[in-house]
Ligand binder design. Structure first.
Ligand code: MLT
Length: 408
């Protein structure tokens, strides 16, 4: 008799972003002809830079010739891309070995799958608010108790709020897996070296592992802020880092990411090399490598010219961010975090409104889609997130519409 994984029944009804799309669809169907302005999902909009396009085209051409055709590649990623990632880290000041790099078809899968190499007994701590994948995948794996409607029993929520500048204090109890995202999705807060050092020291002392999501690191322009956890002494002993080409190179639809599982990364019952070889086993068993065309696009993105062109697009989104911040503040809304060194703005809802009520109000009055803060966890209630990834014309329209049509 087959039985389902009943942990799925603990999850909140729908994943956050499809739920937003559902509500927008219902509204659009009832109000045909109304233009919806989207500042919700962090979905890139600008065309890929020419260097990447060249890399992708050249790769397609290689497939048309029997002499240059390639089939399956290494599950861990093609050698030239792994080497390009190693040299990217070198430029950031971190030493990574090629066989510590695992290329994937995007950070979301890695963020979701990485927990599978750890015991179900691990106690999990997340920043609150947090990217929902960290929580939902641990719920599915059975590391939590029941859903109270606001929180999951057994999960440690590390509150991020105005008082701590949206970066949490260390957990007061012993935890085993710690998810940290910096620049943070959704708050846009960026951890300092000192803040990360505290977590690294905690992890080493408690034999915990930090899962560090660096998907937005290229948005950091302040050179004092760390773009990788591996510039923190000791981090290679306790941290797995996950990154993506989605936001930095516009690969949201193209799909490419990577994980770094250092050989020296250990935990309670894993000595040197064990976690690295477990992730290798997991990937070689369950994944056949990212598309060879896309990997060549990734190599182009990490070339000198590629990085320069990607930076220009990042600057474009950051200008959107400044436009949004200025507009929201002129409207009298409080941008409490983000928008600098990060493509998300974290905003207080006016008059103590609930996040989803504000979502509905934004949609019906200004026809603008935002992301309700409560969708990211209990500490997100009373906030909303605005994405700067729009096309400029739409961003300006959305800001104007909020200024003119939202009734505060
Ligand atoms: C977001 O809007 O939070 C992201 O685009 C979602 C993702 O990267 O999966």
């Amino acid at each position: 008799m087959a039985k389902i994984n009943s942990n799925y029944d603990k999850l909140s009804a729908g994943y956050l972003f499809p739920e937003i799309s559902r509500r927008v669809k219902v509204y659009s169907e009832k109000n045909p002809g109304i233009e919806i302005l989207r500042l919700g999902v962090g979905n890139t909009t600008e065309a890929l830079p020419s260097e990447i396009i060249k890399g992708l085209h050249a790769s397609v051409d290689k497939l048309s010739n029997v002499k240059t055709y390639t089939g399956y590649g290494d599950e861990q990623g093609n050698k030239n891309l792994r080497e390009a990632i190693v040299s990217y880290y070198k430029d950031l000041g971190a030493e990574i070995l090629p066989d510590e790099v695992f290329v994937s078809d995007g950070a979301k899968c890695d963020v979701a799958n990485i927990q599978s190499i750890f015991s179900n007994e691990c106690k999990v701590a997340v920043q609150d608010p947090a990217y929902p994948v960290y929580v939902d995948t641990n719920v599915i794996a059975g590391r939590t108790g029941k859903n109270t409607g606001v929180t999951y029993d057994g999960l440690v929520y590390m509150g991020c709020n105005l008082e701590n500048n949206f970066f949490p204090s260390l957990p007061t109890e012993k935890v085993d897996l710690i998810y940290i995202c910096s620049p943070n999705n959704p708050t846009g807060a960026v951890a300092t070296r000192e803040q990360l050092k505290e977590f690294v020291d905690y992890a080493i002392k408690n034999k915990s592992v930090i899962i560090f999501d660096a998907a937005y690191n290229e948005f950091i322009s302040d050179s004092t802020l760390p773009k990788t956890i591996y510039v923190i002494p000791g981090a290679k002993e306790c941290a797995i880092e996950i990154n993506s080409f989605s936001k930095s190179a516009g690969f949201t639809g193209v799909r490419l990411g990577w994980s770094i599982v250092p050989k020296n990364c250990v935990c309670e019952d894993a000595s040197i090399g064990k976690l690295n070889s477990m992730w290798n086993r997991r990937q070689t068993t369950m994944f056949n490598g990212a598309s060879n065309i896309v990997q060549d696009g990734g190599v182009a993105a990490l070339s000198k010219e590629g990085l320069k062109e990607c930076k220009e697009i990042i600057e474009y989104y950051m200008e959107n961010s400044r436009i949004i911040k200025k507009g929201l503040e002129e409207k009298g809304l409080k941008v409490v975090s983000g928008g600098v060194n990060a493509p998300y703005l974290w905003v207080k809802t006016p008059n103590g409104m609930k996040s989803w009520d504000l979502f509905d109000k934004m949609l019906t009055e200004a026809h603008v889609v935002i992301t309700p803060g409560s969708g990211f966890g209990p500490s997100g209630e009373g906030y909303f997130r605005v994405s700067a990834f729009g096309h400029r014309e739409n961003v300006i329209k959305a800001v104007e519409s909020i200024k003119n049509n939202l009734k505060l």
